[in-house]
Design a protein around this ligand. Structure first.
Ligand code: NAG
Ligand code: NAG
Ligand code: NAG
Length: 373
C-alpha cells in the first residue's frame, strides 16, 4: 500500500469516530432516519426539512432495457444531479442515496439485468459512475420484488458483485465507499417460505434493508376496510412485527433493518356509514386515482368534512372517516409507537415513504423525537 494511502486511512474521520466513540453505545451515524423523495410528488426537493433526516432517498432511476445501464429520465436530471447539494443546504451532514426501480419499474427489465454477469456488470459500473458524478453517498435498489428462486439467486449475485465493485471503487478513488441498500418485502421470503430472500448474502453485501412494512391492504382488496400498515395484526400475517420477526428468525441482523412507515393512507367506501371499524364491509376505493392520499391531504379531508380520527393501539394504525369515506393511515400515535418499537427491537432506524406527503413536518418531527438522541 502506498504511504499516502496509509496516511489517508489512518487519518480518515470515519476511523477517528470509530476509535473515539464509547464502545457500548451505538454510533449516531449508524442510525437511519430516512425518507424518500420523488419528483412526481410535486414537492420541491429544496423544501425538504432535511434536518429531520440522516438519509434521503432520491427516487427513482431506472434500468435501460437494451444496455442494462442505469438511466435517469432527461426531465429528472436537473433535480437528481443537484439533489445532494440542495438537501445539504439545510443539513450539511445529511446523506443521500439514488434509489433505483420502485413500484412502477419494469420487473422484466430488472430480472433480465440481474440474470447475466455481463448485464450486472454494465448496471453496477454505470450505477457507481452516476452516483459519483451526481454526488450521491449511496445507491438503493427497489426491486419489488424478486419473485421466484432464480430471481432471488440473481438478486443475491447482483448484491455481492455490487458490494465488491463499491469496495474496489472506494479503494481507487480514496472516497468513503458508497452506501448500498435495498427496499425489500416485509417478509424475508416472497410470500412463501419456499422462495426465501438470499438473507446471508444480503447481510454481507448491504449496509441495510428498507423493510416495506406497509401496503398490506388497500382498496385492491375492495370488500373490507383494513389497517394498511399495521404493526400488529392478531390472527393475521400482514403486520410489521411479523415482517421484522421473519427477517430476524432468518438470521438477518436486526441493526440492519430499517422499518418503513407510510406518510399516506388508503381509502375505502363504506357499505354502511355507521359501520366504520377496522375490517368493516366496503366496496372499493373512496378517493380518486388509485385511492391513496398523503397525510397532508388526509388532514385537510378531516378538517373539511368534520371527520373522526381513531387510533387503534392493538394494531397500531390510525383511520378516519366521514360519511362513507374511510381512510386507513399512520398518524402521530402510529408513527411514534412504530419508531419506539424499532428502537426497542434494536433495529437500525426507520424510513418514510414519502417526505412530500408530510403535513408541516408533523410526522417527520414525531419520528425523529420518538427515536431520540
Ligand atoms: C418491460 O420491458 C420489456 C423489455 O425489457 C418490454 O418488452 C415490455 O414491454 C416492458 N413492459 C412494460 C409493461 O412496459
Ligand atoms: C382494534 O382493532 C382490533 C382488530 O380489528 C379490534 O379487535 C379491537 O376491538 C380494536 N380496538 C378498539 C379499541 O376499537
Ligand atoms: C408548522 O409547524 C411549526 C413548527 O411546529 C409551527 O410553528 C407552525 O405554526 C406550523 N404551521 C402551520 C400552518 O400549522
Amino acid at each position: 500500500m502506498a504511504p499516502s494511502k496509509l496516511l489517508t486511512l489512518f487519518l480518515s474521520p470515519a476511523l477517528l469516530v470509530l476509535l473515539l466513540r464509547p464502545a457500548a453505545s451505538q454510533s449516531p451515524a449508524a442510525v437511519v432516519r430516512g425518507g424518500y423523495w420523488f419528483p412526481e410528488s410535486g414537492f420541491a426537493s429544496s423544501a425538504i426539512n432535511s434536518k429531520l433526516f440522516t438519509h434521503l432517498f432520491c427516487a427513482f432511476a431506472g434500468v435501460d432495457p437494451q444496455t442494462f445501464r442505469l438511466t435517469v429520465p432527461d426531465a429528472n436530471q436537473p433535480q437528481f444531479s443537484t439533489f445532494t447539494q440542495t438537501v445539504q443546504r439545510q443539513n450539511p451532514s445529511v446523506k443521500t442515496l439514488l434509489s433505483i426501480g420502485g413500484g412502477n419499474a419494469n420487473l422484466t427489465t430488472l430480472a433480465a439485468m440481474a440474470s447475466q454477469p455481463g448485464r450486472r456488470k454494465a448496471f453496477i459500473g454505470s450505477s457507481i459512475s452516476l452516483a459519483r458524478s451526481y454526488n450521491f453517498h449511496g445507491l438503493d435498489l427497489d426491486w419489488e420484488y424478486p419473485s421466484d428462486t432464480t430471481q432471488m439467486a440473481n438478486f443475491g449475485a447482483l448484491l455481492a458483485e455490487w458490494r465488491a465493485a463499491v469496495a474496489e471503487e472506494a479503494g481507487s478513488s480514496g472516497k468513503p465507499p458508497l452506501f448500498l441498500s435495498a427496499a425489500v418485502l416485509y417478509l424475508s421470503y416472497y410470500y412463501s417460505p419456499s422462495v426465501p430472500y438470499p438473507v446471508q448474502t444480503i447481510s454481507n453485501s448491504l449496509d441495510w434493508i428498507n423493510l416495506m412494512a406497509y401496503d398490506f391492504y388497500g382498496p385492491w382488496l375492495p370488500t373490507m376496510t383494513a389497517p394498511p400498515a399495521a404493526l400488529y395484526n392478531p390472527g393475521r400475517r400482514e403486520s410489521g412485527d411479523n415482517g421484522v420477526n421473519s427477517w430476524i428468525e432468518s438470521q438477518f441482523p436486526a441493526e440492519k433493518i430499517i422499518l418503513g412507515m407510510p406518510f399516506f393512507g388508503w381509502s375505502w367506501r363504506l357499505v354502511d356509514p355507521e359501520n366504520h371499524e377496522l375490517y368493516s364491509p366496503a366496496n372499493g376505493k373512496a378517493l380518486a386515482g388509485d385511492g391513496s392520499a398523503g397525510y397532508d391531504l388526509i388532514n385537510a379531508f378531516v378538517a373539511q368534512n368534520r371527520g373522526t380520527k381513531v387510533f387503534n393501539s392493538t394494531v397500531v394504525s390510525d383511520y378516519c372517516y366521514s360519511g362513507t369515506t374511510w381512510i386507513g393511515y399512520d398518524d402521530v400515535q402510529s408513527v411514534s409507537t412504530k419508531v419506539a418499537y424499532a428502537k426497542n427491537r434494536g433495529l437500525g432506524g426507520y424510513f418514510a415513504w414519502h417526505v412530500g406527503a408530510d403535513d408541516n413536518w408533523t410526522l417527520s418531527t414525531t419520528a425523529s423525537q420518538a427515536w431520540g438522541a
